[in-house]
Write a protein that binds this ligand. Structure first.
Ligand code: SF4
Length: 285
């Protein structure tokens, strides 16, 4: 993914610690750019919530509640009723309140939920309530891994499903499948359950991607998890992180303080850097 890399020395607290547990998003962020991972998980910065994040959270909430209903009750009318119940409630929460009047986002959520009924028939999906938003917490290759699986269905095929909002993944679909493959490994390791198939449902794009849970691909995600942990341990010890310049830099909140993109940028982790990030509206955990 990276076009070029630059190793960047940072200022980090003497007792800087890596998170005790690693999620798929942490792993994916580290693979994308080590320096971005440093800003987010060691230096403790995060971007303010976005309208897309608010919309994605509401969509997930509604779909989860829909699948908690008895199969025959999972109608489009019921889904819209759930949207009317949970949408306004979630938009009252402090983090999403700035988007309370965002009609474009609300329209996109409604469309995503309507699309669910176009890509599958919810009354026919066989799923147990305890298999929705399932938590995984397990050691994989010596790394404490955790994750939340949107849906696990057992209907002759053991299938792990993740819903996505936003654009079609296009040619990057294989990158997106890394997450359910890793969850399949989590299922095997934590519950001794063999997952047969992984599935991604892109609600806004009306696309369903299913792949066999190929054991080589599943195992390789566990190896990547261990590599990520070993790499980040070495980076935190040396206080230097790999900035990986790619097309994704255009969307990176840290670009203005990234020495790989902004030559006059301050040392990452320094007071000057913190000031610039605060001024840019980023939040410190
Ligand atoms: S701008 Fe690019 S290289 Fe710099 S931190 Fe962000 S993703 Fe990494």
């Amino acid at each position: 993914m990276a076009d070029k890399s630059l190793r960047v020395d940072v200022e980090q607290p003497a007792k800087a610690n890596l998170p005790k547990r690693v999620s798929y998003s942490q792993m994916s962020l580290y693979q994308q750019c080590g320096l971005k991972y440093f800003f987010s998980y060691i230096d403790g910065w995060r971007e303010p919530p976005t309208s897309a994040l608010a919309g994605g959270s509401i969509t997930h909430e509604v779909v989860e509640h829909l699948y908690r209903l008895a199969p025959e009750e999972r109608t489009l009318e019921a889904a819209m009723e759930l949207l009317r119940e949970h949408g306004p409630r979630m938009l009252k929460a402090a983090e999403y309140k700035p988007f309370e009047s965002d009609n474009k986002m609300k329209h996109s959520v409604k469309e995503a939920i309507e699309n669910l009924f176009k890509v599958e028939n919810p009354t026919e999906v066989v799923v147990q309530p305890e298999h929705l938003e399932m938590e995984l917490s397990v050691e994989i290759n010596g790394v404490n891994f955790f994750g939340k699986v949107d849906r696990f269905t057992v209907d002759g095929v053991n299938r792990v499903t993740d819903y996505k909002t936003g654009k079609s993944p296009g040619k990057f679909v294989d990158d997106k499948l890394a997450q359910p493959y890793l969850y399949a490994l989590g299922f095997k390791t934590q519950h001794d359950i063999d997952v047969d198939e992984v599935e991604l449902i892109f609600l806004n794009a009306q696309e369903v991607v299913r792949r066999p849970a190929d054991s080589g691909l599943v195992i390789s995600q566990g190896e990547k998890l261990a590599q990520m942990r070993a790499g980040s341990e070495s980076d935190v010890q040396s206080s230097s992180w790999e900035a990986r310049v790619s097309r994704l830099c255009d969307y990176c909140a840290f670009e203005r303080v990234c020495p790989a993109r902004t030559p006059e940028a301050p040392i990452p982790g320094s007071t000057e850097c913190d000031t610039k990030l605060s001024e840019a509206g980023l939040l410190h955990k």
